[in-house]
Ligand binder design. Structure first.
Ligand code: HEM
Length: 561
């Protein structure tokens, strides 16, 4: 409904450029209802049909869903329902490699297109989709201007070099150990037939601990990123609860950086829930034209999302304020951001620092936790794969008595790496085609020319299911595929595997992300055996900007090693 009303507003907005709207409104006032009932739909139709026929970008011949050729409403509705990548994938199966997702958005499901659309030097910039993700101010993720992005990226990228990332290892291991201690504690009660309260949501049965592992891996990822970015974990693992502090008065908190934190001005909120709401809202808003956005924000679902954006910013403001008030020489993301200089030797100001810390909180938390959850799901649903991984872990780490694996240890685990890669491929946490604007001079992609201003994207979910690259069993979780075909097979896979995107806007935190996934998965799988509560049920997901599992109920048994 909100989309339909907004489409009507879109008509008004477009008319504004062609005619004097005041005179039009006067004229409409004098028109009787029956005429209006005919006039209004005709106008809506005309405003959408004329650009379609005009076809200023020469994309009319590109196939796609009927409504998508005329209006952004199709993609808006699909995005809002949480299964965008699956729907776009179906469209590609029906229409082929080029699909028109909106009047000015073409999805291209061809691995070769990745290097044309996203790689360094081709000039395509992020589209206005990313404006819907801005809060506090633009950070490295949603800055669209090339020069401003290069300035920020220079400061941020050295923080995540392979060398820097190793310094974060102790923080990762600390929180993995905390999680294992919690699960061990519950397991000991579970084998005695214990069960948690309704809110705790676990029970002991058949010698196993049964729980939903999704909230726990969320707590883990938030505690790690909180520790790294803000000098202290959120304390979710120990509290066994989704909880963070938010500044009630954001302006006051922001203007008093470096002053000891006023806890009295903070309140507790569920950060994971808010981050999910924020992702779904920004994604659904971002696919709509910018002039629709102020109007759709008036509708309750979008209003709630807009509140989530503000609350999340409040969490970062509070955490940065507390961290800056600490007298410490600890090395973490914030200390590194603070010490960073752009090419003119200038540091980031307080507001920019907070916006970047917020970016890292958002980019570095549920990306990792949702990927971890999906990997656990697939290992639990494939016992033979899990057995093979257990054998590798026992052989390589067996005699080393540590709860959390080390960065050195995980380097010796090729099968674990294949299990993680296969999880990232089949689940595709970053699944959607990241939209880019064709630069001046246009781009020719697989023989099709796109003029300047066309929005193009390559959907990771679909190219991760390209049978020409991955084989006919694309829907099967089979880590062995990563060892097949020798060097040639490896090159083909690497060209198509796109969990972190490629080019100047690729994930700046990928070294950290992969190290986290390796340490988390090696440690949890070495310690436990996982089975699914409902072995035949597919992993239920919902997609905002990321494709997220909704839950993952598993039985956990501590292994004797
Ligand atoms: C499995 C975990 C992760 C996945 C799958 C992932 C994926 C991605 C992808 C696909 C992008 C490109 C987004 C776009 O172009 O719109 C991206 C960007 C980014 N990621 Fe990650 N990411 C992960 C973890 C992390 C971590 C741990 C951090 C840092 C703590 C991080 C920080 C960032 C930042 C700052 C950007 C924006 C880079 C820029 O535009 O220059 N990510 N990530």
């Amino acid at each position: 409904m909100s989309i339909v009303l907004t489409a009507a507003l879109d008509v008004l907005k477009r008319l504004e450029r062609l005619v004097d709207v005041d005179r039009l409104v006067d004229a409409v006032r004098n028109v009787d209802l029956a005429t209006l009932a005919i006039l209004a739909p005709s106008l809506v139709a005309l405003v959408h049909i004329i650009p379609y026929l005009w076809d200023s970008r020469g994309v009319r011949s590109i196939p796609g869903p009927f409504l998508a050729k005329f209006s952004d409403a199709w993609l808006g509705l699909v995005a809002k329902h949480g299964h965008r990548s699956e729907v776009v994938h179906e469209m590609h199966l029906i229409y082929g490699p080029f699909v028109r997702l909106a009047p000015n958005h073409i999805s291209i499901a061809e691995p070769d297109a990745l290097s044309i659309v996203y790689a360094h030097g081709n000039g395509a910039l992020k589209s206005n989709f990313y404006d819907a993700f801005v809060s506090i101010r633009r950070g490295v993720f949603n800055t669209r201007d090339r020069h401003e992005h290069a300035r920020k990226r220079k400061i941020v990228s050295h923080i995540f070099s392979q060398k820097s990332v190793v310094e974060f290892e102790p923080h990762i291991r600390l929180h993995v150990r905390d999680l294992i201690r919690q699960w061990d504690r519950l397991f000991d009660q579970a084998v005695k037939g214990g069960r948690g309260t309704e809110g705790e949501g676990w029970e002991g049965r058949d010698g196993k601990l049964w729980l939903d592992c999704l909230p726990w891996v969320n707590y883990l990822a938030f505690d790690i990123v909180g520790d790294l970015a803000f000098g202290a974990p959120f304390g979710m693992i120990n509290a066994a609860k989704d909880v963070a502090k938010v500044a009630q008065n954001q302006d006051r908190a922001m203007s008093s950086y470096g002053v000891s934190s006023d806890e009295d001005d903070s309140t507790e909120v569920p950060a994971v829930k808010i981050l999910n709401g924020r992702g779904e809202y920004s994604m659904a808003l971002g696919v709509l034209p910018p002039w629709w956005r102020p109007y759709v924000r008036l509708f309750p679902w979008y209003r709630r999302g807009s509140k989530d954006v503000k609350t999340l910013a409040g969490i970062a403001i509070m955490a940065v304020k507390k961290r800056l008030a600490m007298e410490t020489d600890r090395v973490d993301l914030l200390s590194k951001l603070k010490a960073g200089r752009d090419s003119n030797g200038n540091p980031m100001g307080g507001e920019e620092l907070t916006a970047e810390a917020l970016t890292l909180l958002i980019a570095g938390s549920d990306t990792t936790s949702n990927s971890t959850c999906a990997i656990i799901y697939h290992l639990a649903s494939n016992p033979s794969v899990q057995r093979k991984l257990h054998a590798e872990l026992d052989e390589q780490l067996g005699t080393e008595d540590e709860l959390a694996a080390t960065a050195d240890q995980v380097k010796r685990l090729p099968y674990l790496e294949a299990c993680i890669n296969e999880g990232l491929r089949i689940h595709s946490t970053s699944a959607l085609g990241l939209p880019r604007v064709v630069p001046e001079g246009g781009l020719t992609i697989l023989g099709q020319h796109f003029p300047e201003g066309t929005v193009v994207s390559v959907p990771s979910y679909t190219i991760h299911r390209d049978e020409g690259i991955w084989g006919e069993d694309v829907e099967a979780y089979r880590p062995e595929r990563w060892e097949e075909g020798g060097k040639e097979g490896d090159a083909r896979r690497q060209k198509t595997f796109n969990p972190f995107s490629v080019g100047p806007r690729a994930c700046v935190g990928r070294n950290l992300a992969f190290l986290e996934l390796q340490i988390i998965c090696a440690s949890l799988l070495r310690r436990y055996e996982f089975v699914l509560k409902n072995p035949d049920a597919p992993l239920a997901t919902s997609e905002g900007f990321l494709r997220k599992p909704l839950h993952c109920f598993v039985g956990i048994k501590r292994r004797e090693v």
